[in-house]
Design a protein around this ligand. Structure first.
Ligand code: URA
Length: 276
């Protein structure tokens, strides 16, 4: 008899009631109770598994706070797994351009007019990554020169960024998929080494991934833009922000304000990273 039961029997109270094993769990009230509501915590599992890093991305300085634009949820920076790409020897920039120009590694070489390597300042601190050349880009050999490109240029200049001086713009695919269809997984896999080499050369302060193909390729995730935007990610230790693709914005004008929020977030993040 335990101490509480002894005291109870001494003062004349009946035997203390003790639940049989499993009584609570098997009680009808417990069985009918809806499952406990889980509070969603917006941290990707990899983030908690990754070792803490001491770099600027993972250690925002408290005295220079990141101020999220209204309605933008900023979760702690996430550290997605790095793309499983064998580190191939880094080609010189010119050799890389030639390799892209002469590439015949996938079916897209049969339908392209020409490859589209990238444009802008390769010393730029901002790297913008789109999806793939469209019709105009395929004709002119330059990324983002069609309607989506005009919108992108307008958004950049509204942010105070000059498209030739302040940014470099590249795509995940260097060749146009026929009829502007979505890139396929094998085309992305075949082409991604070119993009990775471009990133290694440029070493930008900030990557802006435009659209889900750029975001999913660099972050190796299947999450959609809605889940990825508004957060500071990183690709190979380079801070990365996700936003909508300008072509999507042309079709979905109401989402333009969200893209604008993303640009403000990116600008503030860039300012803080440059001050570090
Ligand atoms: N869309 C893209 O993703 N890239 C371009 O270069 C043009 C349109």
């Amino acid at each position: 008899m335990n101490r509480a039961a002894l005291i109870q029997s001494v003062i004349g109270l009946g035997p203390s009631w003790e639940a049989r094993p499993g009584w609570f769990e098997q009680h009808p009230a417990a069985l009918n109770r809806p499952p406990e509501t889980l509070v969603a915590i917006d941290i990707e599992p990899e983030a908690s598994l990754a070792p803490p890093r001491q770099d600027a991305v993972t250690s925002p300085q408290p005295d220079v706070p990141l101020v999220p634009p209204p309605g933008v949820d900023i979760a702690p920076p996430v550290l997605p797994p790095l793309p499983q790409v064998q580190a191939s020897p880094l080609l010189e920039w010119d050799a890389l351009e030639r390799a892209v120009r002469d590439c015949r590694d996938c079916r897209l070489c049969q339908t392209r007019t020409q490859t589209v390597f990238g444009r802008g300042n390769k010393q730029a601190r901002w790297l913008l990554i789109g999806e793939a050349p469209g019709e105009q880009e395929d004709k002119q050999g330059q990324p983002f020169v069609g309607r989506a490109g005009q919108l992108l240029d307008n958004m950049l200049s509204a942010t105070g960024l000059d498209r030739d001086r302040d940014v470099y713009i590249a795509n995940v695919l260097k060749c146009r998929p026929p009829g502007n269809r979505n890139p396929s997984g094998d085309e992305i896999a075949t082409c991604q080494n070119y993009l990775i080499q471009q990133i290694r050369h440029i070493q930008p302060t900030l990557i802006l991934a435009l659209g889900r193909f750029a975001a999913q390729t660099l972050l190796q995730t299947e999450k959609g833009i809605g889940q990825l935007r508004g957060k500071l990610h990183s690709y190979q230790d380079i801070p990365l922000i996700v936003s909508y693709h300008p072509a999507y914005l042309l079709r979905n004008q109401p989402d333009k304000h969200k893209a604008w929020q993303d640009l403000i977030f990116a600008k503030k993040t860039f300012g803080r990273l440059s001050a570090d």
